[in-house]
Design a protein around this ligand. Structure first.
Ligand SMILES: [Zn+2]
Ligand SMILES: [Zn+2]
Length: 332
């Protein structure tokens, strides 16, 4: 819709951009740890008919077996590719995504998300990626190519690169790989940041290289029930891939007006603690420097997200973001 000033009318849409596939309908396993009924079609039905989510990102669409399912759904007319990118199922738009594990010599591994506008672009990306992966059918596989090369391949295809659950010690870029994103990727080729459980926008606001990015809170669902566990409100002209891109960039009035995330204190990785005596360590402590529990001397220390962020932060107070963009609304 266009108003009197010739500008597109914007509305708010609820979006969960990180949902895994358990299995393809051929029986091919995709994400082993996810439930079997998490198929492309079941996800669309759950999001649209039970949860009322208007835009979803289905991760694992790089898998050739999942692509076969998508082709069938399009052929049967159950779903349609739309102008602006994405696939429509009833009132919900599906954006095709992939989760990929990166690693550099001497560092831990981290996950990133890549989104593409349509099936043929995703298939082309699969062809490229297949040369650097052991099993292209599976979710979140390690790519044996440099992160910068991966970034370039995503951008060359008009895709979006979003580092996933960046603060989690389990395969988050800051949590497990590097203290600075600029050491891994070219910062101007990053479309947004997924916070992940155990972190919120106030915590991420302590790291200045993140100032210009939109933050996403997604469910990373491994079962149908978990879809929408975390989600976002995006202001866009319509739910589509291109509007998603503009919302992330904050262009022409689009934006992310709210993140609906679990309180990070409920995340299992919030604070650093000693797994022997269960004491929480002092705020901002790094287990890599501390090495031993100050209370019992054990070396079984677990790094918490909150303390890790304080440790790598380059400012004392979080950047307060204007326009309501990026406030984390906590529930529960
Ligand atoms: Zn992941
Ligand atoms: Zn994931």
């Amino acid at each position: 819709m266009v108003n009197n000033n010739g500008r597109a009318e914007l509305s708010s849409y609820y979006c969960d951009m990180h949902i895994h596939i358990g299995r393809a309908s051929s029986g091919q396993a995709v994400k082993i740890s996810a439930s079997d009924n998490l198929t492309f079609e079941n996800i669309a039905v759950e999001a649209s008919e039970r949860k009322g989510i208007q835009m979803i990102g289905i991760i694992d669409c790089h898998s050739p077996s999942v692509q076969q399912d998508i082709v069938q759904l399009l052929d049967r007319g159950v779903m349609q590719e739309i102008d602006g990118g994405g696939i429509a199922y009833r009132d919900t738009t599906i954006v095709l995504g992939s989760e990929i594990e990166i690693r550099e010599p001497g560092s831990g591994a981290a996950h990133v998300l890549a989104y593409f506008p349509d099936l043929s672009t995703m298939q082309d990306f699969t062809q490229w990626m297949n040369r650097f992966m052991k099993n292209i059918e599976l979710s979140s596989q390690r790519i044996y190519a440099a992160p910068l090369e991966l970034q370039q391949e995503i951008l060359d295809r008009g895709g979006l690169l979003i580092p996933a659950h960046v603060f989690t010690p389990h395969k988050g870029l800051y949590g497990n790989m590097a203290d600075r994103m600029r050491d891994v990727f070219s910062l101007n080729g990053i479309a947004g940041i997924e916070l992940g459980l155990s972190a919120d926008s106030a915590m991420a606001g302590r790291i200045s290289e993140l100032d210009s990015y939109a933050f996403l809170t997604n469910s990373d669902a491994h079962s149908l029930g978990k879809i929408g566990r975390e989600y976002n409100r995006l202001d866009m002209a319509r739910p589509s891939f291109h509007e998603f891109r503009r919302a992330l960039a904050g262009s022409e009035g689009r934006g992310i007006s709210a993140n609906y995330g679990l309180n990070p204190r409920l995340g299992k990785y919030h604070r650093s603690y000693c797994s022997s005596c269960q004491s929480n360590l002092e705020e901002g402590s790094s287990i890599h420097e501390m090495k031993r529990c100050p209370y019992c001397g054990s070396t079984k220390l677990v790094q918490g997200v909150f303390d890790h962020i304080l440790h790598i932060a380059d400012r004392d107070e979080p950047l307060s973001r204007i326009r309501g963009h990026h406030t984390t609304i906590r529930f529960r």
